[in-house]
Design a protein around this ligand. Structure first.
Ligand code: HEM
Length: 495
């Protein structure tokens, strides 16, 4: 939902006719960019459109839409120069009447403007998700991924299996609960997220108009009652987050809600807002990681050579007697390169999440006006031919020479994704284990799942040998596992 909401922010400013306006109060001109007459019209894929503008106009492009200025950064250099090096002024978010007044009411930290309230929530996130803390969560990721490879023995429905994995990890961490399968709180959380997605999808165009003509917001609710629906959903979401948060406080074991509750700075925000913030963190952690894992499967199907190479490496380093472990990470450079290439080649958020600049600035001789929306075009950056040879080809080898394995696609500067370390560990443990365990091939007949599932998504997971199957079966039977005990083991005071 984070990315849907981000996309929503963008369409908010792109949906209507743009017009030519190059003048600005500053002596410097705006960066070059398309006009009504000169622009190649947007393709379906907005990241590709931005990329074509970068090729035509340069690494910094501007476009005026209504009263908004959008700055598109098309190279990593430009994104780092502005969003990282000038982070004090480039770390806000664009405003949106719909999100700020109705759907989030300013409570989702991912969309808060830069300032003390955002800083407080960001501190909570850093406490929970810094490198050291994230390492302690590997125990949960280990158990979850054992179950995941075990489940793939009997189903090909990888989306469902990945969803269970990511939601189990997040439900355990945020709310201290075990496997979510029958959990009522999890179902309520899932339901509100689905409703929010639905409202965002259906309201998007009308909300663009609302932002361009803010006076429309003065109309009675009956004329645009989707505003009311969003406000009602907000109230329900808040109620569910607070109930789940309070239940977690009473829970037997350590969890993130309790961890933050016990911190002195938690008193600096209303408790309901803290619950809302951690509820949004729970949602952010589930769908993002699941999307990358899904991309991994579809990529494998079309790149048998790269898969074979990764499996050769796994066979020689790990062997057939055990599953890959976190401790193997540094000894599996090709698997690491495969993951780096996967997130470069298919970023799940092609234009990232837009930033906003809070004061006038100048860059490369151009004026960047206060309040401009600033977008780092992640897909375009990943397809930069001056950095990546044949960028549209999936080629993990390109990362074999690079020792810095920082993954792209997690944003820039002070707003960069706080879940980076947690997500990176999930990618490694799930991807290495699935590759070790299975041949991943397109099913000959889509929907005809030999494992007997009715909604097969067209990919078959075939265990690589009987010996692999034995190891998977042994490792996957985690029924004696107690999530409470594991959480107590990983709580920060113990580590
Ligand atoms: C596949 C994994 C993920 C990807 C690719 C991803 C990507 C991103 C990106 C591009 C941003 C915006 C950065 C910017 O504005 O420059 C972001 C922000 C954020 N991400 Fe992630 N993310 C992932 C996983 C996670 C996880 C696992 C969590 C939580 C456990 C998380 C929580 C957040 C939050 C809270 C923000 C908002 C930060 C802020 O505005 O201060 N993400 N993420």
């Amino acid at each position: 939902m984070l990315f849907l909401a981000a996309f929503f922010f963008l369409t908010l400013t792109l949906g209507v006719t743009w017009y030519y306006q190059r003048s600005s109060p500053s002596r410097r001109p705006l960066p070059p960019g398309p006009t009504l007459l000169s622009a190649p019209w947007p393709e379906n894929d907005i990241a590709r459109t931005f990329h074509s503008w970068t090729k035509r106009y340069g690494s910094v492009v501007s476009v005026k839409i209504g009263f908004r200025t959008i700055i598109i950064l098309g190279t990593r250099q430009a994104a780092q120069d502005l969003l990282e090096r000038r982070g004090t002024i480039y770390s806000s978010r664009p405003s949106s009447i719909f999100m700020d007044r109705y759907l989030n009411k300013g409570l989702n930290p991912a969309f808060m403007p830069y300032g003390s309230q955002w800083r407080l929530h960001r501190r909570f996130y850093s406490t929970l998700l810094n490198v050291k803390a994230s390492q302690t969560y590997r125990r949960l990721q280990d158990i979850g991924s054992r179950e995941l490879v075990y489940e793939l023995l009997t189903t090909n429905d990888f989306s469902d299996v990945f969803y269970r994995y990511t939601s189990d990890v997040m439900l355990s961490l945020v709310y201290g609960k075990g496997q979510n399968r029958d959990d009522a709180d999890h179902r309520r959380l899932q339901q509100i997220n689905e409703m929010a997605t639905f409202i965002l999808q259906n309201a998007s165009f009308r909300t663009i108009i609302l932002d361009l003509f803010p006076l429309l917001d003065k109309l009675p609710m009956k004329f645009m009652n989707w505003r009311q629906q969003a406000a009602q959903l907000h109230d329900l979401t808040r109620e569910v987050y607070v109930e789940c948060g309070n239940a977690a406080l009473q829970g037997k074991s350590w969890n993130w809600i309790r961890e933050i509750y016990e911190r002195p700075e938690a008193k600096d925000a209303p408790w309901e807002d803290v619950c809302y913030s951690l509820g949004e963190l729970y949602v952010a952690g589930i769908y993002t990681t699941k999307m990358v894992l899904e991309n991994f499967v579809t990529t494998c199907v079309d790149h048998a050579d790269a898969v074979r190479k990764a499996q050769d490496e796994l066979d020689s380093v790990v062997g057939m007697e055990r599953l890959p472990e976190f401790a193997d990470m540094d000894r599996l450079p090709f698997v690491g390169a495969f993951i780096s290439e996967l997130v470069r080649w298919k970023p799940i958020s092609s234009i990232g999440v837009p930033h906003a600049v809070i004061q006038d600035d100048e860059y490369m001789g151009f004026h960047i006006p206060k309040d401009a929306t600033v977008i780092a075009n992640q897909w375009g950056i990943n397809m930069d031919e001056s950095v990546f040879e044949s960028p549209e080809t999936f080629n993990p080898e390109r990362y074999m020479e690079i020792s810095d394995r920082h993954l792209s696609g997690f944003g820039f500067g002070r707003r960069a994704c706080p879940g980076y370390h947690l997500a990176k560990a999930s990618f490694f443990i799930v991807i290495s284990r699935v590759l070790w365990a299975y041949r991943i091939e397109r099913e000959v007949e889509v929907g005809d799942d030999p494992k007997g599932n009715s909604s097969s998504p067209g990919v078959a997971f075939t265990v690589r040998s009987l010996q692999h199957q034995e190891i998977i079966s042994k490792g996957g039977k985690t029924s004696g596992y107690d999530v409470g005990e594991t959480l107590e083991e990983i709580r920060p005071s113990k580590s």
